[in-house]
Design a protein around this ligand. Sequence first.
Ligand code: GLA
Length: 730
Amino acid sequence: MSITFDKDRQLLTLETKNVTYQMQTDNYGFLHHVYFGRKVNGSDMSYTNVSYDRGFSGNPYDLRYNRAFSLDTMPQEYTSFGVGDFRVNALSVVNADGSYGADFRCVGHKVESGKYSIPGMPAVYDNGGEAETLIVTLMDQVTGLKVHLYYGVFEDKDIITRCVRIENSGRAVARLEKAASVCLDMPFGQWDLVHFHGRHCMERQMERSPLIHSIQTIASKRGMSSHHHNPFVILCDREANEDRGDCYGLMFMYSGNHKTEIEVDQLENTRVVMGIHDAQFLWNLRPGESFWAPEVILSFSPDGFTGLSHNYHNIIRHNVCRGKYKLQRRPVLINNWEATYFDFNEKKLLEIAKQSAELGVELFVLDDGWFGSRNSDLSGLGDWFVNTEKIKGGLQPLIEQVNALGMKFGLWIEPEMVNEDSNLYRAHPDWAFYQPNRAPSLARNQMVLDMSRADVRDYLYNCISALLRENHIEYIKWDMNRALSDVYSHSLAPERQGEVSHLYVLGVYDLMNRLTRDFPDVLFEGCAGGGGRFDPGILYYSPQIWCSDDTDPIERIKIQYGTSFGYPVSTMGAHVSASPNHQTGRTTPLETRAVVAMSGTFGYELDPSKLKKREKQEIRRQIEEFHKYYWLIQDGLFYRLTKEEPGRFFHAWQFVAQDGSESLVNVVITSPQPNSCLIHVRLKGLDPDAEYVIEGHSRRFTGSALMYGGYTFPLVSGDYPSMQVHFVRV
Ligand code: GLA
């Protein structure tokens, strides 16, 4: 039983392997947050919540003689604006009479076996007997508005999920101005905030800073989770590092606008509120209807960032990603984008396929430019019909020839977008977002389709499902190459325009759901100009996402490093590309490019006909190595051995088999030095008492020696060299 209720104390306790989470209802029905942290084995932690009269923090009417009781100071599970809690709130509701009042009191709870799901939205799932659900219901007596707080408890995985259903059981429409998924009060402690910011080609750069007395915001109003702020934050002890310290993670399972507010209040309490961004959000909740706020995946680890990352890797790999390829070996691919861009015909494509098949590549992916009038990014998006001038005979004959080489065939699509210069836009201009009487802003010459419309989704479903039915396509790269602006649905009334951004995301999920359900054998890879929509919502539909449009291995190390805090290696699309690199112009060795790309799903994105003989041999070797290490990399435990810091000249990371039987250590010199210092790392995750050898060598090392004394690598020189060392238990 991971959820228990102490009736006398009205105490609800959630317990996982290493964690306790506790809340309590008082005599007035207020739901207090009591504790979240290291396991306290059933202790009632409510003694820690002590309150005093604080000036300018008022009192609810029924507690007016108890001036120590204030919503403005007490830790809560969910809070609403307008009734005396002046901190960041989770909910803001405008009632039919124009008032903002919402006074939520607990009216009951229930426990269910299994994990709740959310209609039409991604949510962490239970593989059978893994989870329990707690639903606590709060109600505003005046309007009849109910808030159902959902908690999914994964005992063995140290994960608690949360989401909220807001139900209008009253008689009038309630307008939700803000409906966050989580409010997490942390009454004690001083915390650092870790988050992952960036830009196109430079996603998920880890940044750590102490919280100050302020409200800090990590957010996206771009209609996508964005390159700029990943919807994932960590709050950690000031002293926390990779191996030690309390770390709290909040990851938003949603792919659209998001906002995480972190407030340190007057009494040094920290509050985190995470949910859909309230910009252009106004949801009309009619009587009898419910609004579901998307899920947040919460985790706590006392074992530093590594412990927290392992919790997230485990849950994402096993309880977020789905489908045939979730745990199945995925093919090594070649993608033609950086090899040809838009300039190709079927002969050129076949030549790339033929040469890469000889190197051992297993999947050929045809990227942008195969459809409509798509010879540049000026036209064609929306017209999902093969361009037979470029690909004579159509797709199927090309696919047959690729298959005859022993390779699978994959295709790029960007369903959510339309070019002004396309047959689709000419036929249905009102299917695109633009505001009445205003020209829309364009990005990459494209507009965004109104995915809230069922007719738009049906058109896309019909096009894409026909492609998948009529052609032997075994992989789809689903791209999304601009942010949403001018969000306005021509099919909805003016008062419903505040619902469109969320309806857009629900529409995307609906289309993804239909296609992945109807074509279960296809491997889907997410993409949004690289990693602009790298979030657990997308991972629910596609087990891998193209991590970044930047394929420079030295830059990629930083991107994959940041990504690894929340997401497993098996989700990170990574390719070896040509050198000099197309994004940075940097020249790096082919070996180093592969070491970095192997710490992802692994593939190539270059023109093999331009390779020298030695390079081809090297690629053959790389693919063989990747096959050999496949499960160690994709299913092993991932350890960051170095961190981003000034003066660092190399980076190292390590994979350890779940049973400790082998380990692969990767080192890349990211800033070559003259008269270089030694490269020395302490390994992690090994069996301390076991003995290990480097494959092919006889010298034995104990696990404890490698972990506590470390390993010194030979000095290497040149431009950005790399090393991979494989330790095997004897
Ligand atoms: C995006 C993707 C690239 C490529 C191009 C094609 O930028 O991230 O990998 O598919 O679109 O236009």
